[in-house]
Design a protein around this ligand. Structure first.
Ligand code: KG4
Ligand code: ZN
Length: 403
């Protein structure tokens, strides 16, 4: 069985092709990501309408690249004769599906006329949570392919993708593994911490497909705090990787004040990061101009910002681990690419004698493979509204993974 994974919930256009063999071995045929960092860098953050336009531009070329890599791109010729009749009705219906994505339609319709239906059994697509205009591009792309090629769609919750991809140690193409073995290795109940530019949630995972949101940020996501703090310090976008790199260069520079750790001692699992960002701003503008540009000062601030965020994430996650008797911790989302965070979580997990699971850095950030994997488990467990008819699929920016 081959599953196409489509991810467009934020600023990465991700397309993957995952093959699941009869014996449940996974084969990653392609996992292509078109990053929009260059576009958003100028503004220090993601503008949804700009990201939507980029997804429209990137989807078809990324898809072609993935099909080519997976060796399932088939141009119409005598060997692969035209399988779809291009009736005007079919093209008109495609135009209706892609009414709000004219740039995508301009690329997709010629593509569908040139290439024949590839060997794909299911289309897994992120339908939430995320930036609404971006989600719709991926969803309508999936609907158009599903309609045209008659392939069922599996809607996938983006957060579930981040949780499940962590169970696999994929780092290269054509890495094979047995998903059942891997999943069974995750001992349940587990506590998942999904931290990215858009989300910060602590989730109780009782089993694959059984989730309960225990706590989340009440304002900014942890990644957003990294990004906004970096902007305040005059650093580039995205701020997370830059701050973590600078934090490594700390010298003996003495910061006058420590940053706050918001909601560190509250009894719930909720978090708040907007106050931390404001504290970074006030602390920074108080400094003389000369200090503000000082390399040692910037490195010391970077280390302090990173540690303030890690302190809150550690405390809240391990509180949940204790309260629910968790046997493992699963980390996911862009911020889980942070080396220091992984290190400190690993040290504490070994003190607690529990298992810790996180993906390789290239699978921490958004990608299509995580969506294909979650899609596979949706079919396998026969749960959720799957597979869905293309006519019924909608994007839901506030989609929740559990209660
Ligand atoms: O999961 P992701 O690719 O997209 C969203 O769903 O948001 O996460 C992107 C976020 C950005 O905020 C970025 O600054 C952060 O992940 N990030 C990091 C690191 N790498 C990416 N944050 C801290 N340390 C890193 N090494
Ligand atoms: Zn994400």
């Amino acid at each position: 069985m081959k599953i196409l994974g489509i991810e467009t919930s934020c600023d990465d256009t991700g397309i993957a092709i995952l093959e699941v063999k009869n014996n449940d071995a996974f084969l990653v045929l392609a996992n292509e990501v078109a990053s929009q960092i260059k576009v958003h860098k100028k503004y220090g953050g993601v503008f949804p309408m700009m990201a939507k336009r980029e997804h429209q531009k990137n989807l078809v070329p990324t898809f072609i690249q993935a099909l080519r890599k997976a060796e399932i791109l088939r141009i119409f010729n005598s060997q692969f004769p035209i399988s779809n009749k291009f009736s005007n009705d079919k093209i008109s219906q495609l135009k209706i599906i892609l009414e709000r994505e004219p740039e995508l339609a301009k690329k997709l319709i010629p593509f569908l006329k040139k290439y024949s239906k590839p060997d794909i059994d299911y289309i897994a697509v992120t339908n939430g949570p995320g930036l609404e205009p971006c989600l719709w591009v991926g969803v309508n792309f999936a609907r158009a392919l599903s309609y045209f090629w008659d392939i069922p769609i599996i809607p996938v919750n983006h957060i579930e993708g981040h949780i499940l991809v962590s169970n696999f140690q994929f780092s290269i193409f054509n890495f094979q593994s047995n998903p059942n073995d891997q999943i069974l290795k995750t001992e349940f109940p587990a506590i998942a911490l999904v931290v990215s530019g858009g989300h910060t949630q602590i989730i109780l995972v009782e089993d694959v497909g059984k989730y309960k949101i225990l706590g989340e940020t009440r304002d900014d996501a942890a990644g957003e705090c990294f990004d906004k703090s970096a902007k305040i310090l005059g650093l580039s976008y995205p701020g997370g990787p830059i701050i973590s790199k600078l934090a490594l260069q700390t010298t003996s520079y003495n910061l006058q004040a420590k940053l706050p750790r918001p909601m560190l001692n509250t009894k719930d699992y909720d978090m708040s990061f907007s106050g931390l960002k404001t504290a970074v701003l006030y602390s920074h503008i108080k400094q003389p101009k000369k200090i503000q540009k000082n390399k040692d000062y910037i490195s010391a601030m970077s280390a302090e910002i990173q540690q303030a965020i890690i302190d809150v994430l550690l405390k809240k996650t391990f509180k949940a681990v204790k309260d629910f008797g968790a046997k493992s911790i699963i980390l996911g989302g862009g911020v889980s690419a942070n080396q220091e965070l992984k290190k400190q979580f690993s040290v504490l997990a070994s003190e607690y004698k529990i298992q810790i699971i996180y993906p390789p850095a290239n699978l921490s950030t958004d990608n299509g493979l995580m969506i294909a994997i979650a899609g596979y488990f949706n079919i396998k467990n026969n749960r959720g509204p799957t597979p869905t008819n293309w006519e019924n699929l909608k994007a839901d920016s506030n989609l929740r993974i559990g209660e």
